[in-house]
Design a protein around this ligand. Structure first.
Ligand code: FAD
Length: 346
């Protein structure tokens, strides 16, 4: 019997597991994939990330002090610090840290069934292995098996993110900032171009029905005359929290709970914030998850409400968007992970 079983060795599961272990609990992580850090993710975060992990060259590709937002063909400049993580290395770093602390991590072990009893939770894997824990944390991403097994609300607010990379050194030297593109071709969300350390990343996130991959290919062809890219990687992005993220002995955290910024889908800083709260206050011997649910909502609720309003504005006419962006571009220090606070309270 483990004190804590974490399903999913993404960044949120690995961080949560390490924090529980640091408090002296026995912790098991089950991960369905063979390797760590395979999720396609841009990894653009605010410097808040360093309240959870130390600043290490190993997983930081670049730092930026500004971004450009295009409304069709009109650019707006924004000022605010951002850090570009190498997601594969970031996850690898968290994995090594968890192992060094003594967290038990089993790869290629997909959780299939999760059953809650009065005193413990059983996790049955695809290989028919059974693990028992006093509590279980579902950190298994947007289509959480844990969530589905225990009848958590189904995540309806999902985007399909598509990314591809262009290894063009000459073009890379001309790019100094991430750029976001709003266009009538991208209903309800946006495309992006991010100069990485050795290539340029292009991406687009949209609801599945809008076929983001096809639109990204068209956008790259029409705007940048790029036609030779073949390697497109896709993954789901939740953009709003579930109504409920707790049961008696099971709770959800990270993308599984929809702890993402509604206006970008970014989930690293929000997920780590919630994992920190969970590992600080949950006691596996006397689990009372209400306090976790209340606390993370209290801390993120105002930001999430405001960011959801911003996302809804993506569908407004360009003229209104341009007026709003002109206002925002006068702000000196925009903080992508505390947007409301940095616009109105600084
Ligand atoms: C294209 C794209 C771009 C993004 N860009 C950014 C960005 O710039 N900034 C930002 O902050 N966020 C970004 N995000 C979001 C970010 O990637 C997620 O918020 C983050 O990965 C959430 O981490 P997580 O650990 O909750 O989930 P995940 O990273 O999804 O990890 C879940 C883990 O659970 C495992 N798993 C799933 N099911 C099972 C099972 N049944 N049994 C065992 N293991 C299982 C998976 O294999 C995976 O390893 C982006 C996402 C996408 C798709």
């Amino acid at each position: 019997m483990y004190d804590v079983i974490v399903i999913g060795a993404g960044p949120i599961g690995l961080y949560l597991a390490t924090k529980f272990k640091e408090r002296g609990y026995s912790v098991l992580v089950l991960e369905k994939k063979e390797r760590i850090g395979e999720k396609p993710c841009t990894g653009l975060v605010s410097p808040h990330i360093f309240s959870f992990v130390p600043k290490e060259d190993f997983y930081i590709e670049r730092e930026f002090s500004r971004a450009i937002i295009w409304i069709e063909d009109k650019p707006f400049r924004f000022f605010g610090r951002a850090v570009l993580l190498n997601r594969q290395r970031f996850d690898q770093y968290l994995f090594e840290k968890a192992k060094a602390k003594g967290v038990e991590i089993v790869l290629k072990q997909s959780a299939l069934k999760v059953e809650e009893t009065k005193d413990f939770v059983s996790v049955i894997t695809k290989d028919k292995k059974i693990f028992k824990g006093k509590i279980v944390a579902g950190c298994d991403g947007a289509l959480s098996t844990v969530g589905q097994q225990l009848g958590f609300p189904f995540q309806k607010r999902l985007l399909l993110g598509v990314i591809t990379y262009l290894p063009n050194k000459k073009l890379l030297q001309q790019q100094e900032a991430p750029e976001l593109f709003f266009s009538k071709e991208f209903p309800g969300f946006f495309a992006w171009q991010v100069p990485r350390s050795n290539c340029i990343e292009y991406g687009l996130a949209l609801e599945v029905k809008y076929k983001p991959k096809e639109r990204l290919i068209r956008f790259l062809r029409d705007k940048f005359k790029i036609t030779n890219l073949k390697d497109f990687r896709i993954s789901l992005i939740p953009f709003y929290p579930l109504k409920k993220t707790i049961k008696e002995r099971v709770f959800l955290c990270g993308d599984a709970a929809g702890q993402n910024k509604p206006y970008t889908g970014g989930g690293l800083v929000y997920g780590l914030t919630c994992a920190q709260i969970a590992s600080d206050i949950i006691d596996p011997d006397a689990p009372d998850f209400e306090i976790y649910e209340k606390k993370w909502r209290k801390i993120l609720q105002r930001e999430i409400f405001f960011e959801d309003l911003i996302r809804r504005c993506y569908r407004l006419p360009n003229l209104i968007k341009r007026i709003a962006l002109r206002f925002l571009s006068q702000k000196k220090n925009l903080d992508q992970d505390r947007l409301l606070n940095s616009i109105f309270f600084q």
